[in-house]
Ligand binder design. Structure first.
Ligand SMILES: [Fe+2]
Length: 395
């Protein structure tokens, strides 16, 4: 290689966007939370890490201004200090949500395990299980960057005194997982309360005030002695974040009791129940949730984890399912009542009536999965399981 060619090659390395690729770092002043947008410069495919509910419009604007297509909304953990916008981002952008498997965020489409990789364009984001702040917490590695959530902060670390936290686990996550990354890896924390933006693994390994130079026992003793106040929004934030920030806005009276069927339907099935009550019964193990929609609807629109699929009718042609009786009897084994879910609460009445005729106790879930269509014939906006923020996923 001649000298000129050699210099050109060097110049390309130094100035190519790949050599300087950095995340877009965004800040929520109310919670001191950092949100990150990473993107592939060629395809413009993007991911967002730890988006905040109050900043939804800002994040949508940043995506649009940069011509980015959001593929994934990713959580480092179930936050206690702010509510995620993941659920609403997914609705606005068509992105999918991903969360650590151990965090109990049942609404996330992808439940991440250690080592899982998310692709966006030619880029890869790798998940590292870094428990301690919470049992499910993860960090994410992209190129020479690591996004550490509340596991590793600049000159600090996340607390370990609630939400399944463990100082012992955190010590191991810090010293054995994160500090095993190359020293020059850039650390992008989930918070900073003093305006610092990033650090490096080498800096934190050598100087982090909580962990550098401390044995595991010393670190545990330090963490146990912190006596931190409860986060201001904890009681609101944690439950909301377990459903990707889609709030459980059930009216109190809606939860009181099932309603007997009226008019021509009187006496033909056990009754109508709001989605929240149906879900409560399922969690109390009193009822089995039966999804009577078609396979195609569950595949394409979304499904409720743990629901038993017993189609009332099937594509093509919406022909009656010949195995309905046998399948719905099997679902009710053990004598539990059934709560039946369809798209908008019509098919599930017919199915509940049939199940009742078979001698089972069957309730219709009001509004179905998607609710009735609005004036624009759009579903999912006027109520329904999904709109009410109950757990569901998409394949
Ligand atoms: Fe946290």
């Amino acid at each position: 290689m001649g000298l000129v060619n050699f210099l050109t090659a060097i110049d390309l390395i130094v100035h190519s966007p790949l050599a300087t690729m950095e995340p877009i770092q965004l800040f929520d002043p109310a919670s001191s939370t950092y949100t990150y947008i990473l993107f592939d410069p060629d395809s413009r495919d993007a991911v967002i890490i730890d988006p905040v509910d109050d900043q939804l419009q800002r994040d949508l604007d940043v995506l649009q201004a940069n011509g980015l297509r959001l593929l994934w909304s990713i959580e480092t953990h179930a936050h206690a200090d702010h509510v995620t916008s993941a659920g609403r981002l997914v609705e606005h952008t068509g992105a999918r949500s991903a969360a650590p498997q151990g965090c109990g965020i049942g609404t996330a489409a992808m439940q991440l395990q250690h080592g899982d990789e998310l692709q966006f364009g030619a880029q890869t984001l790798r998940a590292l299980h870094t428990p301690g702040h919470t049992a499910g917490s993860m960090s994410f590695v992209w190129r020479n960057h690591v996004f550490t959530g509340d596991t590793l902060l600049i000159d600090g670390c996340g607390r370990t005194d609630f939400q399944s936290g463990s100082a012992r686990d955190l010590y191991r996550s810090l010293t054995q997982v994160l500090f095993a990354l190359p020293d020059e890896t850039i650390v992008w924390p989930g918070h900073d309360y003093r305006g610092r933006q990033h650090s490096t693994i080498g800096q934190e390994r050598q100087h982090n005030a909580r962990v550098a130079g401390r044995s595991e026992a010393e670190f545990v003793a330090l963490m146990d002695s912190l006596n931190l106040p409860r986060p201001r929004r904890m009681d609101e934030a944690v439950p909301a974040n377990l459903s990707s920030g889609l709030r459980h806005d059930a009216g109190g009276d809606a939860l009181l009791a099932p309603r007997p069927p009226e008019g021509a339907n009187a006496g033909t099935y056990a009754g109508d129940v709001p989605a929240e009550l149906a879900w409560q019964w399922v969690q109390e193990d009193r009822s089995v949730l039966v999804d009577v929609r078609t396979d195609a609807e569950r595949e394409w629109v979304g499904f409720v984890p743990g629901a038993v699929p017993v189609a009332w009718k099937q594509w093509p042609g919406m022909a009656p399912n010949p195995d309905f009786d046998a399948q719905v009897r099997a679902a009710a084994e053990g004598g539990k009542s059934l709560v039946l879910l369809c798209r908008s609460g019509v098919r599930s009445i017919a199915a509940a009536q049939r199940a009742t005729a078979l001698g089972l106790t069957a309730y219709n879930i009001l509004e179905g999965f998607e609710g009735d269509p609005d004036e624009q014939a759009h579903r999912g906006v006027k109520g329904g399981w999904r709109k009410r923020g109950l757990p569901w996923r998409q394949k």
